[in-house]
Ligand binder design. Structure first.
Ligand SMILES: NC(=O)c1ccc[n+]([C@@H]2O[C@H](COP(=O)([O-])OP(=O)(O)OC[C@H]3O[C@@H](n4cnc5c(N)ncnc54)[C@H](OP(=O)(O)O)[C@@H]3O)[C@@H](O)[C@H]2O)c1
Length: 281
């Protein structure tokens, strides 16, 4: 396990990677800062094409809520800060309408510096009320993906897609968002939404942040619609493990590109000559 230390200097570098002003392979960093570059560098880079990352914060026993639906504070403070860092690195953060209605998240960046992402809600039937927090007008782009003919508040971009067997094809959702200029995406939940993209093999990475908490009974973090009968059929992703302090992150690469981008810092520096070393003084 690699223990991550996010100093202001390394976070500034990661934001510079995001905006194409710096590389992710050079510099004199402590072990903890190198681990931060290893964890966040693949999400910050824009030279690798579109990225779709999903993130779940869960208990030790794989749950995200109690039986009564209490889902606040499953993640510890470092797990929450991690989520905000991912938000700062992506173009857009997407949730299913279930999460928008239940958790009423703001989906902005408050626990670190960095830009706020566009906010996207998948709401096929138009269940999200106009005064939902995710739709507030605060200068960020707001998009709703829907099948129904429903007007949304001024400034909210509507993407209409057809339903196939009651669902949008995850590939059609991604294509529409890329067309809208959003190519690096975080799917922040819930489990139904993430499972759809996982089953369609459209996730570049899946990050599971585990907090030392036993919920015992309640909502499972992830349940895929297609049951696998043998362990041999199950997904065994290449996984890196990072200690964040209060939480442990399992960072799963789900595509060859994801795994290439996740070479450790020192191996990256050796394998490809740096093109942006002039950034370093
Ligand atoms: N700990 C965490 O990391 C975390 C993060 C987020 C949420 N949560 C928890 O997760 C729970 C909510 O999650 P959830 O899994 O029930 O719901 P969800 O994934 O937030 O929303 C599911 C709904 O979104 C729509 N949807 C998603 N993908 C679609 C597709 N491909 N095509 C058409 N519609 C699609 C559907 O809406 P319709 O039903 O209208 O058809 C679907 O029922 C809450 O308990 C929340 O607290 C936990």
């Amino acid at each position: 396990m690699h223990n991550v230390t996010v100093t202001p200097e390394v976070w500034e570098r990661i934001l510079a990677i995001r905006s194409g002003r710096a590389c992710s392979c050079c510099g004199n960093w402590s072990d903890g800062e190198s681990a931060a570059l290893d964890l966040y560098g693949p999400l910050a880079r824009r030279d690798l094409g579109p990225i779709t990352v999903a993130q779940i914060g869960q208990s030790l026993d794989g749950r995200v809520a109690t039986v009564s639906g209490d889902a606040r504070d499953v993640s510890g403070p470092d797990g929450l800060a991690h989520l905000h860092r991912i938000r700062a690195l992506v173009d857009g953060v997407m949730i299913g309408v279930g999460t928008a209605l239940h958790d009423k998240p703001r989906l902005d960046v408050r626990l670190c510096s960095g830009p706020n992402p566009a906010r996207i809600v998948i709401d096929p039937k138009g269940r999200l009320p106009d005064d939902a927090l995710v739709l507030r007008a605060d200068g960020c782009r707001r998009l709703v993906i829907q099948a129904v003919d429903r007007k949304r508040p001024a400034g909210v971009e509507v993407i209409r897609l057809p339903l196939v067997d009651g669902l949008f094809a995850p590939q059609a959702i991604l294509a529409a968002l890329h067309e809208a200029g959003l190519s690096t995406l975080l799917i922040e939940g819930g489990g139904i939404t993430i499972a759809g993209f996982l089953e369609a093999q459209l996730l570049t990475r899946l990050q599971i942040a585990v907090a030392p908490l036993l919920i015992g009974a309640g909502r499972a973090a992830l349940t895929t619609p297609n049951a696998r009968l043998t362990l041999a059929e199950c997904i065994r992703p290449d996984t890196r493990v990072f200690g964040l302090g209060s939480d442990v992150v399992f960072d799963c690469g789900l595509t060859p590109l994801a795994n290439a981008a996740a070479l450790p810092l020192h191996d990256r520096a050796k394998s490809s000559p740096c093109q942006t070393a002039s950034y370093l003084s």
